[in-house]
Design a protein around this ligand. Structure first.
Ligand SMILES: Nc1ncnc2c1ncn2[C@@H]1O[C@H](COP(=O)(O)OP(=O)(O)OP(=O)(O)O)[C@@H](O)[C@H]1O
Ligand SMILES: [Mg+2]
Length: 223
């Protein structure tokens, strides 16, 4: 069964592309057929990253599809894992990415502005959910917040985590720390699952495992 994972935030710079590429790399490393739908307007950073080296060539890319739902449908027919990367703004693309996902990942960095971005994104997600429910398409949109580029030793990190928890936002246990290897990865067209930094590789693996566990639980509940 194919999995569609959308990585979204209404805020720019929240680590969407990094999350999307790392998840895609981890899925590919585990033998999955993977496509990344790069729906990030004119930037297409994910495409540049995936095509910038040799390690990630097994991951297919669809650039700027004219119809996101059609691209997702075609992805489901041909791949095990479909990952969507979008721009950081509250656009129609965000709503489509949320509506067409089995799991929505909302990354947030060590920044109060990103907390705001998470809250706005979840508000939009709830609205899309209500619109789908009104059309008779039942079921909540499964989502998790991913703390990324974290600095766990800082007070700010603890404040942000407390605020998200108090607001009942569902956090992944997995977190991605601030590490230069993530930036290096984009520069050389690779990703931690294929690089020497074991701690970053373990973070990507833990995130992937948890995402799969969430999807498996949801699938079992629906069945
Ligand atoms: N774990 C990390 N450690 C250090 N730097 C990181 C980490 N994750 C992402 N970055 C850096 O943070 C910046 C923003 O990340 P990224 O491009 O993934 O965000 P984005 O949400 O896709 O941004 P945009 O809204 O512009 O598409 C980039 O320079 C990236 O290399
Ligand atoms: Mg991006």
């Amino acid at each position: 069964m194919s999995r569609v994972i959308s990585v979204v935030s209404s805020k720019g710079g929240a680590c969407k592309t990094t999350t999307a590429v790392c998840l895609a790399a981890e899925a590919a490393r585990r033998g999955q057929r993977v496509v990344v739908i790069d729906a990030d307007g004119p930037q297409h950073h994910a495409t540049e990253w995936l095509r910038g080296g040799v390690n990630l060539r097994a991951i297919d890319v669809v650039i700027g599809p004219s119809s996101l739902p059609a691209a997702v449908q075609s992805g489901i027919e041909r791949y095990d894992t479909v990952i969507i990367d979008i721009m950081g703004a509250d656009t129609a693309t965000l709503s489509l990415a949320v509506a067409n996902a089995d799991l929505v990942i909302i990354p947030a960095t060590n920044s109060p502005l990103d907390v705001d971005g998470v809250e706005r994104t979840v508000a939009r997600l709830r609205q899309v959910e209500a619109e789908l429910a009104a059309k008779g398409i039942a079921g909540p949109i499964v989502h998790r917040v991913l703390l990324s580029r974290t600095e766990p030793e800082t007070t700010l990190y603890r404040l942000i985590k407390t605020r998200l928890t108090e607001n009942a936002l569902p956090l992944f246990d997995a977190e991605i720390r601030r590490r230069v290897v993530y930036q290096e990865a984009a520069f050389v067209g690779s990703a931690p699952p294929y690089m020497a930094d074991a701690r970053a590789a373990a973070e990507c693996a833990a995130l992937y495992d948890e995402a799969v566990a969430v999807l498996t639980t949801v699938a079992a509940e629906v069945a």
